[in-house]
Design a protein. Structure first.
Length: 564
């Protein structure tokens, strides 16, 4: 019998070539996995960059757009613009150079701080301190030339007013964050900052040329008369657009913190004054409209001072006789005007001033507006004194809008500092009849031809207007040596287009005014100079062949006989 013996299992030996292939496959798989991981990381990074960096890039591009829109005058002249400026700071804790040397050089370049103040900052060891915001590139270059590595510079927007002080109270200024603080910068803050509207400049009603003339003439008169202030307005009588608005003293909106605080006050819209005899034409117009005055030849007793209770009303140059309406305005008689106001009475007087908005802040976009001083008690004396401009205080802008209504056909329109497109002027409200307005234009012209406004006359420009000299209220009475002198004008009187208000606060008199402080001598000449210069710019040329017909009024003016 045959015995079967079990054979041990056969051992297979792996082929070395096959083993190397396996290793190669494994390494290739690991490489592929690594490549895939890197690819995923790169793809993820690209996605992140596309989403987030593009947003940052968009923001960066957006930052290159103007941070705040331009403000321009009615002719497109730039009055306010945002430019790319710099800030200068220092990391005092990283200072490398001698602090005394650096402080001395900084004090020369930026004199708003003393050398001692700069030295204290440099030795403070603080991480960062601003030394100058809104710095110009040339200053940055000079500070950088000091060679101190601890100095730091950053780009930031700068609001620039290229005309410096021109129309400063109209424009206002912005803070370091670019927000409007005052003036039209404050009014237009949203529009100028909005990304959808800031690319389009905002046009004001101001004409930079007219504004410059008004400011220069007022400034010269203010210096000559040693006055403490001056204001001026040029107003379009048919639209209410303010073509010029000047308030002195003035400030530089590029550096609003410099200078006295009162320089930033807009006296045209914030300060209220008793404007004296400039109210007399308003009183006469009210009397004409109401029928109180039935004829310009109607006469009033001006033979002597008028006693009302414990008060006495007198004229600076007494007529000593009965005078008619034309003579009342030409001679600026307080007595005759008081008698007219007395006949008008409280109701009709107060109603007119309500219609002229003398009981509210002036109608204009600015936030800086003062409320008039409205009488608490309307007694007979109050009515009479308000008739010639005492007992009620308003802003110069109130007076401008009232005179516009006097001469434009009798329509009151609110004033505006925004340019109005042709044909879009507000309709306004009727205050005087057309007939009364026509008569007032003739009377105002007569005042300049034959009355207290003679020094305002400019040959060929047909100016009409009224002087007003009022003592300033003080301590429950009046300061006899502190006056406000005003001239309210309109031109050309045959077809009025503009009202011009010029005012000096506390003129002292000079050689040019023969030592006189009254409006006829101090501020009427200012209005004359302003109108002579701005007339041609506004398209009103001198023409001696044109004028409003006052031939019917001339015989009503009393002329002394020869030898009298």
């Amino acid at each position: 019998m045959t015995t079967l013996v079990a054979q041990p299992p056969r051992i297979r030996h792996q082929d070395p070539r096959q083993a190397s292939l396996v290793v190669a496959h494994q390494r290739l798989m690991m490489l592929m996995l690594l490549f895939a991981a890197v690819s995923i990381m790169i793809a993820g990074r690209l996605v992140w960059l596309s989403v987030f960096r593009d947003a940052k890039a968009a923001a960066s591009v957006s930052s290159l757009l103007p941070n705040r829109g331009d403000i321009v005058d009615r002719n497109g002249e730039v009055l306010a613009r945002t430019i790319d400026a710099w800030s200068i700071g220092v990391h005092a804790n990283k200072l490398l150079n001698d602090p005394e040397d650096v402080a001395a050089r900084l004090a020369v370049l930026m004199p708003e701080k003393t050398e001692a103040q700069y030295l204290a900052i440099l030795r403070s060891g603080v991480r960062f301190t601003y030394l100058r915001r809104r710095a110009m590139p040339d200053l940055v270059a000079q500070v950088n030339a000091i060679g101190e590595p601890a100095m730091a510079y950053a780009r930031e927007p700068e609001r620039l007013y290229p005309q410096t002080t021109l129309a400063a109270h109209v424009l206002g200024y912005t803070d370091f964050n670019g927000r409007g603080v005052s003036g039209m910068e404050r009014v237009l803050d949203g529009k100028l900052s909005n990304s959808h509207t800031r690319a389009n400049p905002v046009a004001l009603s101001i004409d930079a040329r007219v504004q410059a003339i008004m400011e220069s003439e007022l400034s010269a008169a203010m210096v000559d008369q040693r006055a403490i202030g001056a204001t001026g307005v040029v107003l379009d009588v048919h639209t209410g657009e303010i073509v010029a608005m000047a308030s002195l003293p003035v400030y530089n909106p590029n550096k609003p913190g410099e200078g006295p605080d009162d320089a930033r006050r807009n006296n045209v819209t914030q300060s209220v004054y008793e404007l004296g005899s400039t109210f007399k034409p308003i009183t006469v117009a009210n009397a004409l409209d109401s029928g109180t005055i039935k004829s310009l030849s109607q006469r009033y007793d001006a033979t002597g001072p008028m006693k009302v209770g414990r008060f006495t009303i007198h004229d600076d140059e007494p007529a000593g006789r009965w005078i008619n309406v034309v003579e009342t305005l030409i001679t600026s008689s307080n007595i005759a005007t008081a008698r007219i106001a007395d006949e008008l009475g409280e109701t009709r007087t107060a109603n007119l001033f309500h219609k002229l908005h003398f009981d509210t802040a002036p109608d204009v976009e600015l936030k800086e507006r003062g409320r008039p001083i409205w009488p608490k008690y309307w007694g007979r004396t109050t009515v009479m004194t308000i008739g010639f401009g005492h007992g009620m205080a308003v802003t110069p802008l109130h007076l401008a809008t009232a005179y516009a209504a006097l001469v434009n056909g009798g329509i009151f329109r609110p004033s505006t500092l925004l340019k109005i497109a042709p044909g879009n002027a507000p309709q306004g409200t009727r205050v005087f009849s057309q007939g009364t307005s026509d008569t007032m234009r003739k009377l105002l012209r007569m005042i300049v031809l034959d009355g207290t406004g003679r020094k305002a006359n400019v040959e060929g420009l047909r100016i009409g207007g009224k002087t007003g000299t009022a003592e300033k209220a003080s301590g429950g009475g009046y300061a006899h040596h502190s006056t406000v002198s005003t001239f309210a004008a309109a031109f050309p009187m045959d077809a009025p287009r503009y009202v011009v208000i010029a005012m000096l606060d506390e003129p002292k008199g000079s050689a040019a005014s023969s030592g006189q402080r009254t409006a006829a001598w101090t501020v009427a000449p200012v209005a004359s100079k302003v109108i002579a210069r701005i007339g041609p710019l506004l398209g009103i040329m001198t023409d001696s062949g044109k004028d409003i017909d006052v031939s019917a009024l001339t015989p009503l003016v009393w002329k002394p006989k020869a030898g009298n």
